[in-house]
Design a protein around this ligand. Structure first.
Ligand code: DGL
Length: 271
């Protein structure tokens, strides 16, 4: 199958959070059609083993390839940190993850190269962000902090208030002590907490939103491959592996616009 600029972009995440990446893509590339897959039956990935996340990511990517996408965005930081290297050898379309774009913007935003990264336990334990940062900058000092409570809070719509403030204070305290000057928001859900994080860390710390950085990279790759769609206004077509209704209701908050009809899929694995 050959792709053209009119082919859609495939985006997948463990659930709803990757819609923050889809929203960044929509803003940056308004002409592109997006096919979004949320693996809501198996979310969260952030507490699962590498073996499980590798298998889930492969199944999601294959589903999108079946929709003739021209590029796949792994819009889940956990899947990017754990499964991207393995996926890269298997797919014939360009594959964009969240780690490299986030790392590149953190390195350019940080003056002292004291960089913090927050993410799910699986992302932080994989060491993917930490090793990439050290690989690209010999002077970088890097501190990771897993923030397991933030995904459930975001899913419940608790984005500010006393509880959120206390939890974030606790998570960010060690990073503040290291006097970081850039913080990678290394999880799809964390951009939603940007205002609280910014107020706790103050002006001297740049907040790196991997979603925006990934959208920049998608644009660059499509341009390079001659696959950028510059005309028309793009659509978004959503698929989930469990209960479409909740996804549709919550999805608005993450995407910033209505999602239309949300379809259910078994990824082609149902008996
Ligand atoms: N999408 C995941 C990530 O960005 C967060 C939710 C999950 O744990 O699956 O790491």
């Amino acid at each position: 199958m050959t792709h053209s600029s009119d082919s859609p972009i495939g985006v997948f995440d463990s659930g709803i959070g990757g819609l923050t990446v889809a929203a960044a893509l929509r803003r940056r590339l308004p002409g592109e059609d997006i096919i979004y897959l949320g693996d809501t039956a198996r979310v969260p990935y952030g507490t699962k083993s590498a073996r499980a996340v590798n298998r889930y990511a492969l199944e999601c990517a294959l589903f999108l390839l079946g929709k003739q996408v021209k590029l796949v965005v792994v819009a889940c930081n956990t899947a990017s940190a754990v499964a991207l290297p393995g996926l890269k050898g298997l797919l014939r379309v360009p594959l964009i993850g969240m780690v490299d774009p986030g790392v590149a913007s953190a390195l350019s935003a940080s003056v002292r190269q004291h960089i913090g990264i927050i993410g799910t336990p699986s992302t932080i334990n994989s060491g993917a962000y930490q090793s990439r940062l050290r690989e690209l900058s010999s002077t970088a000092r890097v501190w990771g902090q897993a923030c397991p409570l933030l995904v459930p809070l975001a899913e419940e719509g608790r984005l500010d208030g006393q509880i959120v403030q206390l939890i974030l204070e606790e998570y960010l305290r060690p990073l503040k002590r290291h006097r970081i000057d850039a913080l990678i928001l290394g999880c799809t859900h964390y951009p939603l907490f940007k205002p609280v994080i910014a107020s706790l860390l103050g002006e001297g710390v740049a907040l790196v939103d991997s979603a925006e950085a990934a959208a920049d990279e998608v644009e660059a790759v499509l341009l390079r491959e001659g696959l950028l769609r510059t005309h028309g206004s793009g659509s978004i077509d959503c698929y989930v592996t469990d209960i479409p209704r909740r996804f549709g209701q919550l999805g608005r908050r993450f995407f910033g616009a209505s999602l239309g009809k949300v379809n259910r899929t078994d990824l082609g694995y149902e008996a």
